[in-house]
Design a protein around this ligand. Structure first.
Ligand code: AMP
Ligand code: ZN
Ligand code: FE
Ligand code: FE
Length: 285
C-alpha cells in the first residue's frame, strides 16, 4: 500500500471535533501510516495520541499550528518534530493561549454590545468536551457554533462570512505575537518551522518577504488547493531546499467537506521528520 502521512489536522484539544484517540483510530481505518496533529496553540493531544498511535501501529510526530502577525498580516506557522518536553514551546503555547482567551472575550463583548448576546459559558457549552479532560483551546469556530445555536446565524460559514471573519465587523485581532518569536521558539525546541497553507497569503510582497525568513519548509499539499496549485509551492521548496510538507487541515464535522487524509506527504518526507523527532526525543528522555 502507498505510504501516506497526513501532517495537518486538528483534534478536540483545539477546534477539531474528534478526540486525539478518535483521530488516530480514523487514521488507521482509512489506511494512513503516519500523522501529525497540529492543534492551534496546544500540544495537549500528544499525551493521548502517542500511546494510541503505538497501539494502532500509526507513526506519529509532534506538531502544532500558531497564528502569528507579520507585516501587519496574519500568518499561520506549523511546527513539526520539535521536542514535546521543551519548556520554550510550552511557554509559547501558553502565550498564544492567553492571547486567544483575551481575543475571544473581546469578540464576545463586541457581539453582545450589538445585540448578539453570547457568554463565554455558552461558547464553552457548544464545544464538545475532550475525553482526556485537558482544557480545550477555544476559537472562532466555537463562537460561530454558539451563534448558530442561539439562532443568530444559520451556519458556521455564515457566522464567518457575515460577522467574525477577518475583515468583518466583529473580528478582533488581539495581541500581536510575532512570526520571528514563534520561529525562534520552534527552533529552540529543535523543531522545523513551516509556512502553512501558502495559497491563503494573497499579498505577494508578504510572501516574498516570508521566503527570505528562516523557515524550514512550506506546505506544498493541502486539501483546498486548486488543481496544479501545488506545483508553485513545490518549485519554491526545491529552490530553497525546504521540506515539502502537506496535510488535509481536517477539523471533523465542523468542516465536513474536508476528510482526513485527503492531502498527505510521501514516505520520504515523513521519514526525515520522523528520524529528527526520534533523535530529539531520545536526547531528552
Ligand atoms: P481562530 O484561530 O480562533 O482565529 O479561528 C480560526 C479557525 O477558524 C481556523 O481553524 C479556520 O479554519 C476557521 N475558519 C476561518 N475562516 C473560516 C470560515 N470562513 N468558515 C469556517 N471556518 C473558518
Ligand atoms: Zn482550526
Ligand atoms: Fe491555519
Ligand atoms: Fe489548521
Amino acid at each position: 500500500m502507498e505510504f501516506r502521512a497526513d501532517l495537518h489536522c486538528h483534534s478536540t484539544c483545539s477546534d477539531g471535533t474528534l478526540t486525539p484517540k478518535e483521530l488516530i483510530l480514523l487514521a488507521k481505518k482509512i489506511g494512513l501510516q503516519g500523522i501529525s496533529i497540529t492543534d492551534h496553540d496546544t500540544i495537549d493531544a500528544y499525551s493521548e495520541a502517542i500511546p494510541q498511535a503505538k497501539e494502532s501501529g500509526i507513526e506519529i510526530i509532534s506538531g502544532v499550528e500558531f497564528s502569528t502577525i507579520h507585516m501587519d498580516n496574519s500568518v499561520h506557522i506549523l511546527g513539526y518534530a520539535f521536542n514535546l518536553n521543551s519548556t520554550e514551546i510550552q511557554t509559547l503555547c501558553q502565550k498564544h493561549q492567553q492571547r486567544r482567551i483575551e481575543r475571544n472575550r473581546a469578540i464576545l463583548e463586541r457581539l453582545t454590545a450589538k445585540g448578539f448576546s453570547i457568554t463565554e459559558e455558552e461558547v464553552q457549552s457548544c464545544a464538545s468536551i475532550p475525553s482526556h479532560g485537558s482544557k480545550r483551546i477555544m476559537g472562532r469556530p466555537h463562537i460561530a457554533q454558539a451563534m448558530v445555536k442561539k439562532g443568530y446565524v444559520e451556519s458556521v460559514q455564515d457566522a464567518f462570512k457575515l460577522y467574525i471573519g477577518e475583515d468583518k465587523p466583529f473580528f478582533v485581532r488581539g495581541e500581536l505575537i510575532s512570526l520571528e518569536e514563534t520561529l525562534q521558539v520552534i527552533h529552540a525546541a529543535n523543531g522545523y518551522a513551516i509556512i502553512a497553507h501558502p495559497h491563503l497569503i494573497k499579498n505577494e510582497s508578504l510572501l516574498a518577504n516570508l521566503l527570505t525568513m528562516k523557515f524550514d519548509g512550506i506546505e506544498c499539499y493541502y486539501s483546498q488547493f486548486q488543481s496544479q496549485q501545488h506545483e508553485r509551492w513545490i518549485k519554491i521548496a526545491k529552490k530553497k531546499n525546504w521540506l515539502m510538507t502537506g496535510g488535509s487541515d481536517f477539523h471533523g464535522d465542523i468542516k465536513p467537506t474536508i476528510p482526513l487524509g485527503c492531502s498527505w506527504v510521501p514516505e520520504e518526507t515523513f521519514r526525515v521528520l520522523q528520524n529528527h523527532f526520534h533523535n530529539v526525543m531520545s536526547e531528552t528522555t
